[in-house]
Design a protein. Structure first.
Length: 426
């Protein structure tokens, strides 16, 4: 165990925290194709804000160092002497909600070029059951010219990172592990168990571990879809959904899910991976896809409700000024991947409104590159409507009524504001 040298492929929200953790006990080389990201990390800067500078700098080492620690690079030759390769690249979906395995395939090709006899490749990216052995292993074999489970071995240990969560960090979340044979499974489990204080759960097969991961977020997605549907029903009945959930929550076994936008790189994506695989086996997953349709509809629903409230107050919708507070996919986090706030924005644009989006956590240049508009740097005028879309702590201290025109509409997507001052909520 002491002689293990670990390469982490992909240094994003998942890879960097994992690399930092392993670096406390092992020699770790982080590899990423983004040279800017690598340079920042080696300067002690994590733009994802998952790791503070002091903690990151405490594990950084030079390439020539013999001590345990973390060195990051964009050069493939600098990870060829590792014996564990942990792949943590994203697994997104395309505009048709189909799984995109391109990052995973390219990472497998990269590792395949330097794979040696006895090496173990561990995948952490969320995939459908079977992807590791059916999609990735053949690439490793072809590129390396080595034989699976004879010359090299594979494991799967799904990531459970919760971006922005400083309490449930990677070492405090129990880790599911698996391997391509019993000996490899034990090695993979022991490796993670050496740094994960919460412990590990060794799954019997790689497919079981893959399936366990993909249903974690599918389950949450379905539960959120249920309360989103309740919100639509209760709004028609003029019943406050938050009041209903609070009352129902007094029973010990009531699940505390809340309505809202469902985005991000996990909950809004993973169900499509499971759905596609199910359809390949001839089964149409009605509940999973129904939940996805419900959650994907919420941005447009919020926009429509805001417009209705404006009309009721005789506010001219066309050319009106609207402020959206928050653009990241969740609170107190800079991650804009698969944010569904964009659905509110796009739906309101149809009414030819003038929309400002303010988010002190998001990077305005990234938003411009990804979505085609820039965030406003500060709130400097009054609006006909304000939508609290993301529950950043920064927004809770704002006097929002002071930024509203007389009789303007205040809509609280998150149900956090005083009910007496809001005009609408989920």
């Amino acid at each position: 165990m002491k002689n293990n040298k670990i390469a982490i492929i992909g240094l994003g929200y998942v890879g960097l925290p994992l690399a930092r953790l392993f670096a406390t006990k092992f020699s770790v080389v982080g590899f990423d194709i983004n040279s800017k990201r690598v340079l920042e990390i080696m300067q002690g800067i994590d733009s994802t804000l998952e790791i503070d500078t002091k903690t990151l700098k405490s594990v950084l080492i030079d390439r020539e160092s013999d001590s345990n620690g973390l060195f990051c690079t964009t050069k493939i030759d600098e990870i060829k002497d590792c014996n564990y390769y942990i792949i943590t690249v994203p697994t997104p979906i395309d505009k048709y909600n189909r799984p995109v395995l391109t990052p995973l395939i390219k990472a497998s090709e990269t590792v395949g070029t330097i794979l040696k006899k006895g090496d173990i490749v561990i995948y952490e990216s969320t995939v459908y059951p079977g992807a590791t052995e059916e999609d990735c292993v053949p690439i490793l074999e072809k590129v390396s010219d080595l034989k699976f489970n004879v010359d090299f071995y594979v494991g799967y240990s799904p990531e459970r990172i919760n971006p922005g969560d400083k309490e449930h960090t990677v070492d405090k979340i129990l880790k599911v592990t698996s391997g391509s044979n019993s000996e490899t499974a034990k090695k993979v489990n022991d490796l993670y168990n050496s740094v994960i204080t919460a412990g590990t759960h060794l799954a019997p097969t790689i497919k079981v571990a893959e399936a366990a991961k993909v249903i974690e977020n599918s389950q949450r997605d379905i539960n959120i879809a249920f309360v989103n549907e309740l919100a639509k029903i209760f709004n028609l009945m003029n019943i406050n959904t938050q009041d209903v959930l609070e009352a129902a929550g007094t029973k010990w076994n009531f699940l505390p899910f809340k309505p809202g936008l469902v985005g991000g790189h996990c909950i809004g994506v993973d169900p499509y991976y499971l759905s596609q695989k199910a359809q390949e086996f001839g089964y149409n997953p009605e509940i999973i896809l129904s939940g996805r349709r419900m959650n994907d509809s919420m941005g447009d629903y919020v926009a429509t409700e805001v417009v209705k409230l404006m009309i009721k107050k005789d506010i001219r919708v066309k050319n009106s000024s609207i402020l959206i507070l928050g653009f990241t996919f969740k609170e107190n986090c800079p991650d804009i991947r698969n944010t569904r706030v964009i659905d509110i924005y796009d739906s309101l644009k149809v009414y030819e409104t003038n929309i400002d989006v303010y988010d002190p956590w998001a990077n305005s240049n990234e938003v411009k590159k990804e979505f085609g508009f820039k965030l406003v740097n500060k709130i400097s005028k009054k609006y006909s409507a304000i939508i609290l879309a993301v529950a950043h702590n920064d927004f809770l201290t704002l006097s929002l009524q002071g930024y509203l025109n007389e009789d303007g509409v205040l809509f609280d997507v998150k149900g956090l504001l005083n009910k007496k001052i809001v005009d609408g909520t989920l």
